[in-house]
Write a protein that binds this ligand. Structure first.
Ligand code: GA4
Length: 327
């Protein structure tokens, strides 16, 4: 099943491209090697909960290799891919997203960042693919761990967060509950191509997400005034998204960004998103160094495991933080 969007729900006049003028929304592009990167990151997290990263240090050949291997996986016959299905939550999935009736125009693989902790479905993903696929996934996950810690370290420095590494250690430790999603939005056969929902609007529950895609468009983010804007794809860069957990820890100073994917191109879209999450037992609450007065805390404390459990009871587009807000 697919959901057809009415043209009025799309605002295709707003095209996000920092190099293309006039452009009403400028997505920050942050060079991680620049000295003021940390200041720019914090500004972007406050304004959009979203930014693009260049000079990230991930080998371009690792990116293309992983993409090629993912394409080969998705090209396998359904009879083989189905051995890793349905995702529980890890494994191979098609159209269904999560356990509560959401659907999208895609197929995907969801993997635990600690591959050895994945379910037997994870093993099934790699059963009919060359060893090089699993090796590329492992190396990519290490790189994503490094990049997510680096971005959070920069946030810590800029916001003078105490105790040191309060945020970054959450995604660095081996108990971190992070995962990797590889999405394949198949190309459209019919012309004219209709805009359909590839992946419905939602925010990510974790701390931050790192997204990379091929050069097919489709990603949109929702900006402060509620407008949806297209994000110009860039296969060599990463997009960073603030998740619900970072919104809570910054007491709402950073907002988790609502995003979605619409499929409108003839070309298939491949995207990879690393969701950097804290350990399951970690207590999540606004950081006291950012909220000196307890009365100003907007959220009640919860563990990441509690938040995940409650997220899996929601529909994709639900506002999940509502349950944990102080009234
Ligand atoms: C959204 C972000 C990640 O893709 C994800 C998704 C997860 C899933 O696909 O299993 C969820 C969704 C996501 C949030 C609400 C629940 C759980 C589908 C869904 C309806 C892997 C995640 O961590 O949360």
């Amino acid at each position: 099943m697919v959901i057809v969007l009415q043209p009025s729900t799309f605002d295709s006049n707003l095209y996000v491209n920092p190099k293309c003028k006039p452009s009403p929304v400028l997505i920050p592009v942050i060079d991680l090697t620049e000295s003021d990167a940390k200041t720019q990151i914090v500004k972007a997290c406050e304004e959009f909960g979203f930014f693009k990263v260049i000079n990230h240090g991930v080998r371009p050949d690792l990116l293309s290799q992983l993409e090629q291997e993912a394409i080969k996986f998705f090209a396998l016959p359904h009879s083989l891919k189905d051995k890793a299905s349905p995702p529980d939550p890890f494994g191979y999935g098609t159209k269904r997203i999560g356990p509560n009736g959401d659907v999208g125009w895609l197929e995907y693989i969801l993997l635990n960042a600690n591959l050895c902790l994945g379910s037997h479905k994870t093993t099934a993903v790699f059963r009919h693919t060359p060893a090089i696929f699993r090796e590329a996934v492992e190396e990519y996950m290490k790189e994503m761990k490094r990049m997510s810690s680096k971005v959070l370290e920069m946030v810590e420095e800029e916001l003078k967060i105490e105790p040191k590494e309060k945020l970054s250690h959450l995604v660095k430790v081996k108990e971190s509950d992070s995962c990797l999603r590889m999405n394949h939005y198949p190309e459209k056969e019919k012309t004219p191509v209709k805009k359909e929902i590839g992946f419905g609007e939602h925010t990510d529950p974790q701390l931050i997400s790192l997204l990379r895609s091929n050069d097919s468009e489709g990603l949109q983010i929702c900006v402060k005034d509620g407008t949806w804007v297209d994000v110009t794809p860039d296969h060599s860069s990463f997009f960073v998204l603030v998740g619900d957990t970072l919104q809570v820890m910054t007491n709402g100073r950073f907002k988790s960004v609502k995003h979605r994917v619409v499929t409108s191109t003839k070309r298939s879209r491949i995207s990879m998103i690393y969701f950097a999450g804290p350990p399951l037992s970690e207590k999540i609450a606004p950081l006291s160094c950012l909220v000196p007065k307890q009365d100003d805390c907007l959220y009640n404390e919860f563990t990441w495991s509690q938040y995940k459990l409650s997220a899996y009871k929601t529909k994709l587009g639900d506002y999940r933080l509502g349950l944990f807000e102080k009234r």
